[in-house]
Write a protein that binds this ligand. Structure first.
Ligand code: SAH
Length: 218
């Protein structure tokens, strides 16, 4: 007999199994994804699908990314406990919450004020005190807090935005989906060396576009 709690525990186990089978193998990333429940980040109609390895709709016409993609991007970012990280595209806040387990401090920005407000409420409820969420056009980065050890962009740009490249520390890493929104995009990892930037193409992905300016809600 399956009571509710058993059912959720079972679904969470399947969730972690799906992550591993899709290539999320880094132990620290898996532990972070075990600790941070995706449930609270998916509200309303789709809440019961929170443990499926699928992107789901959230407010403002945006999406919470597919968990295995969150895992693979986090793994590619090679976050260390001393890192100051910038995320462009807060969305539901799920990716930022995972990063908060691995980094010293996470700045996350979204162009929609409502998404920033709702994500901040979840961070407070979960006591994730090392995340600072702000409403801003992240294509310009966050100059007041730059430079960053790590930058993750969770919306697709046609090219890695120049201001973000400039705000990466020497030795820093940025992960960004690159390509047009209606075509195949590729996840790119950019490593900044003293002599320049090194680009690795990781895998095809599909993200909502990086849009300039603030959303109409704020
Ligand atoms: N990381 C999120 C998913 C993000 S969806 C999660 O874990 O749920 C992409 C987000 O990027 C959307 O919320 C969208 O509003 C935001 N976005 C798009 N263009 C942006 C820009 N120029 N600056 C900041 N946020 C932007």
């Amino acid at each position: 007999m399956n009571d509710g709690a058993d059912h959720i525990a079972e679904r969470k186990m399947q969730f972690l199994f799906a992550l591993r089978s899709r290539g999320v193998t880094d132990a620290r990333v898996l532990t972070a994804m075990e600790r941070i429940d995706r449930g609270p980040f998916v509200r309303g109609y789709f809440a019961e699908r929170a443990y499926e390895d699928m992107p789901l709709p959230i407010a403002c016409g945006q999406t919470i990314s597919q968990p295995s993609v969150v895992g693979l991007m986090t793994q590619a970012l090679k976050v260390t406990p001393r890192d100051k990280v910038l995320e462009v595209g807060t969305g539901s806040g799920y990716q930022a919450a995972i990063l908060s387990q691995l980094a010293r401090r996470v700045y996350t920005v979204d162009r929609h004020r409502r998404l920033v407000r709702e994500a901040s409420e979840i961070f407070a409820a979960l006591d994730l005190t090392n995340i600072i969420a702000l409403t801003a056009d992240g294509s310009f980065g966050l100059p007041e807090q730059a430079p960053f050890d790590r930058i993750i962009v969770t919306a697709a740009a046609e090219d890695p935005p120049g201001p973000l490249l400039a705000q990466l520390k020497i030795g820093g890493i940025m992960v960004v989906p690159v390509g047009q929104s209606d075509a195949v995009q590729h996840l790119i990892r950019v490593t900044r060396h003293e002599t320049g930037y090194e680009y690795d193409e990781l895998r095809p992905v599909r993200f909502v576009p990086l849009v300039e300016g603030l959303g109409r809600d704020g």
